[in-house]
Design a protein around this ligand. Sequence first.
Ligand code: TRP
Ligand code: ZN
Length: 546
Amino acid sequence: MRRTAVLAATAAMALMGLVAAATPVIAQAPPGAGHGAKAVARTALAPPDVSVTNIRGHLSQFQSIASQNGGTRRSTGAGYTASVSYVEQKLQAAGYTTRRVACTPGCSSGAGPNLIADWPGGDENQVIMAGAHLDSVSAGPGINDNGSGSAMILETALTLAAQRPTMTKHVRFGWWSDEEQGLLGSRAYVSGLSSTERSKIKQYLNFDMVGSTNGGYFINNISTAAAADLRAYYTSINVQTEENVEGANRSDDASFRNAGIATSGVAAGASATKTTAQAQKWGGTAGRAYDSCYHSSCDTTSNISDTHLDRSGDALAYAIWTQAVGGTTQRDFSINASPGSGTVQAGGTATTTIGTTTTSGTAQRVNLSVASGLPSGATATFNPTSVNSGSSSTLSIATSATTPDGTYTVTVAGAGETASHNATYTLSVGGTSTNRSFTNDTDYPLNDYVTVNSAITSTASGSAASPVQVTVKGTHTCSEDLRIRLLGPSGTSYTLKNAGGTSCTNLGTRNYSVPVTQQASGTWTLQVTDMYSQDTGLLDSWSITV
Ligand code: TRP
Ligand code: ZN
């Protein structure tokens, strides 16, 4: 599912995520107070879809990590630290500032660190946080508890990074250690913050067990302001939600709430039993646990409801985009060379069109230059030297006679106002000849009654340019003795002159224009026959231009 980004124009519409048909439409303002900031007129950017396929990919990685480490990702084991490394490396590659925060004091002895990731930008004094515990119990790989929340917030973080929208508030993500031992990692993190840092955190959203196979749609502290956006999302897709009674004070949001921070979150449920009423509104099986593999070895990648998982990610994205993403995208452009390559002989000039496109926001001025790769003796000229993104410029690369043959990757730099991007152009100097004139300089005696064949191999491509031009040079005291023919590569014979005449003239230099329908490449043969007795001579050379 992919939502279309739509820019809404008014403050009222800033409360709406406008989406394409068949995807959820949030057509009402989220209930609850605490949305004063959104009274400021700005345009809202629709939240993107968070790919459940990609979340699934992260879950598979957690599964393999557990399998390689005794079937568990408990906080004190190598399966936990390998999980931290996996998440950390994805975040770093996407542009996050990550920190491993030691889970001391207060955690189990040997517990691995919490992982904190900050998305650069937004108001640092207004931090919106989302978190999930990354550790499992010893009994199993912990794919629903809590690979699900960990993978989901990771993919949401990567989606935010991919979009690079303008941020109003600062967004931070946390992966907690040692939750299964009593919410210890998150408590250590919160206690380790100065009161100033703590007061900057305006909201913490927790995601613990968001893919339960017989799950429900539970929201923590459902009637508070912190829950408003999550609620609004589920309402928009016509899914009813309930207070997360089962999970109250049993996950990391409690650590934040105890420190006076507004919290909410999403869960699909653990070992408690689904009621008949819940099965009626949500589907699934009444009288069975939401997650029958809770804290056991069967909490594997088979123990996941994609629907619950998918919706939790889209709910978080909705909350983040509603609260922390500004109305305008980062302005950006792209640049390309078309054609992307060209061939010239040394001394020749290659031209290509440097095109630019506005990829987000409004157009911007782009200054063009060659950053690297020009061969020696060559000069590059842009016409014009700067364009508004969306327009193009002609790049001419003039080589000189001294430019060495070779293949050069010429990097064209486009320096814009908000970003710089490069295009490359591959310039080949030399290579396939563009020459279409050839000569055979070998001398052939022209004796009585003898035919000589003087061949030329043409490397010119395409069709011969008709008429081909033939020049024959030689000596013969009676050129009237000579019949001269040209044989084309296809074998066709063209008579340039017949023998015969009433008086003798010297051969000398003769030019012929010969209409042909021939390919240019291959063997062209000049065939000279001395058809009469007495006078003889010499074929000096002949040339052909095809
Ligand atoms: N998953 C946490 C644990 O390991 C806390 C928890 C228990 C929970 N029941 C829940 C979280 C229900 C969400 C919903 O015990
Ligand atoms: Zn859990």
